[in-house]
Design a protein around this ligand. Structure first.
Ligand code: AMP
Length: 397
């Protein structure tokens, strides 16, 4: 996939003003960055451009401000970035206009400047051509390194790509390469594991996956809707009964596409939605009326692991149980550990993403053993849905 879009290998950045769209949407508490993972991810792109003598001008949004709001300023994030990349990061409190122009003009080759939150201007989310033009005045080229924002056609994530020569940053490049190997041109057979709370949030995703993968494991609360649709009594489990026809349609589509659907064959059931509440594994014909399915059962875990063994590529989104509460993390942890071991043994290419999934894999202690973990939430899901991402489309040759 690398050949299909422009990267930093296709441009000499020396002396150029490089507008770099990054993801600075880090978790903060009382003005301090509490998790610098996203900053660490963009560090290679910034360092490379700076080391090659480009003038790095960082563009990013933070939060969802309605106009200028000091609590969503990128100033403390720029400070935190200084510590991560171990180079000074200057900051200016606007992303267009006189102050920004002055700060950019003052840059020497290799300097790094962070502009204030692009969303302080309504033109950002509207992708307003006048705002795009103001941003474009500040740069000679545009580098997009924010895959996590690529599902939005905003001024700094997409609009600039039509005004300036556009390139993928190294983080974007790595993400596109990894995702390309997982679904666009994967080593077959491909298995997907999809879990999470509800079918309703993942209909498009499931409909797309059944046409692309050889086997689809459905777990988590959403599996209950599928089981219900097939006549299984799921008691008081989370279940979107009105979506039974949708579940059946997805099963039919899978069959027509030659995709095996792997549903739980047993379930761990409790009577309260709470950690460490008493629970037992039941066969699907014996789910108690008052019970709640909170995890896949031991036989389902065996089944999932066997399916992982049959696969060369795995794409995973969503926990297969209520993993935040012990012992209902067992199915998710077992599957994650098994996939990690297969990956380490070089038998499996494993790609996972989406907010809760990353948390679940961290909880299982295997995040580093997967081939690739995407920290993008919405963009990862839209990619799994097979939708074109505007911020990626604009990088294509
Ligand atoms: P999602 O954001 O759609 O990926 O959903 C993730 C959430 O689904 C997590 O908070 C899990 O606790 C929850 N979940 C997974 N399995 C179940 C289940 N069987 N019953 C209720 N919630 C579940």
């Amino acid at each position: 996939m690398t050949n299909s879009f422009r990267t930093l290998d296709d441009v000499d950045v020396k002396g150029k003003r490089v507008l770099v769209r990054v993801d600075l949407n880090v978790p903060m508490d009382s003005g301090k960055v509490t998790d610098a993972t996203r900053l660490e991810r963009i560090a290679p792109t910034i360092t490379e451009i700076s080391d090659k003598g480009g003038k790095v001008i960082l563009l990013a949004h933070f939060g969802r401000p309605k106009g200028r709001d000091v609590k969503d300023s990128l100033k403390p994030v720029a400070e935190a970035l200084t510590h991560v990349i171990k180079k000074p990061v200057a900051f200016v409190d606007d992303c267009i206009g006189e102050a920004a122009t002055k700060a950019v003009t003052a840059l020497k080759d290799g300097d790094i400047l962070c502009l204030e939150n692009t969303r302080f201007h309504p033109g950002e989310e509207k992708n307003d051509p006048a705002f795009v033009a103001e941003l474009a005045k500040l740069g000679d080229i545009w580098v997009n390194d924010a895959f996590s924002a690529a599902h939005r056609a905003h001024a700094s994530t997409e609009g600039l790509g039509h005004k300036l020569p556009a390139y993928a940053g190294r983080t974007m490049q790595a993400e596109l390469d990894a995702l390309g190997k997982a679904l666009d041109a994967p080593t077959k057979p491909v298995i997907a594991i999809v879990g999470g709370a509800k079918v309703s949030s993942k209909i498009d995703l499931l409909e797309n996956l059944v046409t692309k993968v050889d086997a689809l494991v459905i777990g988590g609360g959403m599996a209950n809707t599928f089981l219900h649709a097939q006549g299984v009594k799921v008691g008081k489990s989370l279940c979107e009964k009105d979506l039974a026809p949708t579940a059946l349609r997805i099963i039919d589509k899978a069959e027509a596409s030659g995709c095996a659907i792997i549903l739980p064959v047993d379930a761990v059931v409790a009577f309260h939605f709470a950690a460490n509440t008493p629970s037992h594994a039941y066969g699907l014909d014996a789910i108690p009326d008052e019970g709640m399915i909170l995890d896949v059962g031991p036989q389902s875990i065996e089944r999932i692991n066997a399916a992982i063994d049959d696969a060369a590529t795995l794409v995973w989104n969503g926990p297969v149980g209520a993993f935040e509460m012990t012992p209902f993390d067992r199915g998710t942890v077992a599957g994650a550990k098994h996939a990690a071991a297969r990956t380490k043994a070089k038998k499996l290419i494993s790609v996972a993403g989406g907010g809760d999934t990353v948390a679940a894999l961290n909880h299982a202690g295997v995040a580093d053993d997967f081939s690739y973990i995407s920290t993008a939430g919405g963009a990862f899901l839209e990619w799994m849905e097979g939708k074109p991402l505007p911020g990626v489309e604009v990088l294509k040759k």
